[in-house]
Design a protein around this ligand. Structure first.
Ligand code: ZN
Length: 145
């Protein structure tokens, strides 16, 4: 229970103080993703230098889960290679598919393990995944240029 409230705090902190929010004027690719079941939306800009994520900025609105998750995602994946970012993305998707049975790989996910509890609530999983799915999409678009 104490652990749950700690996690809640990490999520609220990102919601109140979002990281890398505010779209960069230059970018290699931009995507806009919407979670219609909750009304969340985000726009995500990426710039790649060789295979490193050199800029990752976003803007959006919606519930605390969706906005905190995209904030944490941008913080975690900025500066990573595409390979490392993909491994982190897969790990987060696995966690969201775990139905509350996994606590997440803290080595890979760092603070994002705070979302482990969300995997128990099917209605909220899309909120948590919104930013991460946008990242998957924006990388494909940036690489296809
Ligand atoms: Zn939501």
């Amino acid at each position: 229970m104490q652990l749950d409230s700690l996690y809640q705090e990490v999520i609220l902190d990102h919601y109140k103080h979002p990281q890398h929010k505010g779209l960069s004027s230059n970018f290699d690719a931009q995507v806009h993703h919407v979670n219609t079941s909750c009304g969340d939306e985000i726009t995500l800009n990426i710039t790649l230098e060789a295979d490193i994520v050199s800029s990752l900025t976003w803007d959006g609105q919606g519930c605390s889960i969706s906005q905190a998750s995209v904030s944490m995602m941008s913080d975690l994946l900025l500066g990573k290679s595409i390979n490392d970012a993909s491994a982190i993305l897969s790990s987060f998707c696995e966690l969201m598919a775990s139905k509350g049975t996994s606590t997440g790989d803290a080595d890979l996910l760092e603070d994002a393990v705070a979302f482990a509890g969300v995997s128990k609530f099917p209605g909220r999983i899309k909120c948590a995944l919104l930013g991460w799915m946008a990242f998957k999409d924006v990388v494909i678009q940036a690489q296809s240029k």
